[in-house]
Design a protein around this ligand. Structure first.
Ligand SMILES: C[S@@+](CC[C@H](N)C(=O)[O-])C[C@H]1O[C@@H](n2cnc3c(N)ncnc32)[C@H](O)[C@@H]1O
Length: 227
């Protein structure tokens, strides 16, 4: 049995409603802290061998990743669809003393999939932005466009295995994805691809919950735009 049960409507319209400012503002306003505040383990692992430069954190949430990156010497821009979340990132960045190294912006992937100007960031990272299959190509191509020549795109997501294993409720068909979906929409495996594939991985990790620890699997893709 699935760990989380609900009777969600999985129509495209319903899935898109879960990507609106209203939905996320309400979710963030309903709790002082929705996420842990810590950076994602996968980001920390994947950034370890990179030289700090400019970074864009797409769908930054409460800013755990963005604030950590700023503390590591990156000049960070963090964007999200929720102004409530962005205000929280600003406050946490000030508390952490990295406010001068972090810019914030509103980004609605459904309204305009491009979060920034073309080819501008040394690192573009997006963690756990799960969108309908129909919207996936435009959104992930739009996000990838922001990577500068020689820069990296890092995508971290929940792997679909979490649904079949019962670790995670199915929030909609195809919302979770494997590395291949990212490679496909960016044409990363084509002979003349603009991308060099640096990492595709699906490692597991143990997550705590009220019912005790359980195992989850991540999708990780790290690409480098050829200079
Ligand atoms: C699962 S949270 C992940 C937050 C953060 N990346 C992290 O790892 O803690 C998904 C984030 O996507 C944002 N989001 C949802 N729909 C969006 C949209 N249409 N455009 C941009 N961001 C969106 C939400 O506000 C939320 O902060």
């Amino acid at each position: 049995m699935s760990r989380h049960h609900s009777d969600h409507d999985h129509s495209l319209e319903a899935l898109r409603e879960a990507l609106t400012p209203e939905f996320w503002d309400e979710r963030y306003a309903g709790s002082d802290r929705v996420w842990s505040g810590n950076p994602n383990q996968r980001l920390v692992e994947q950034v370890a061998d990179l030289t700090p430069g400019t970074a864009l954190d797409v769908a930054c949430g409460e800013g755990g990743d963005a604030i950590w990156l700023a503390g590591q010497g990156w000049e960070v821009t963090a964007v999200d669809v929720s102004e409530v979340a962005l205000a929280r990132v600003a406050a946490h960045a000030e508390e952490a003393g990295v406010g001068d190294h972090l810019k914030l912006g509103f980004y609605d992937a459904l309204a305009d999939p491009r979060p920034a100007h073309r080819h501008t960031f040394d690192l573009v990272t997006v963690s756990f932005l799960h969108v309908p299959v129909e919207d996936f190509p435009a959104i992930y191509q739009g996000i990838a466009e922001a990577v500068a020549p020689g820069g990296r795109l890092l995508v971290t997501a929940h792997h679909p295995h979490d649904v079949t294993s019962g670790a995670r409720h199915d929030h909609g068909p195809g919302l979770l994805f494997e590395p291949d979906r990212v490679l496909d929409v960016l044409g990363a495996e084509a002979p003349d691809s603009a991308w060099e594939i640096e990492v595709t991985d699906t490692p597991t990790r143990v997550q705590a919950s009220d019912d005790g620890p359980f195992e989850v699997r991540d999708t990780i893709v790290r690409l480098r735009r050829r200079a």
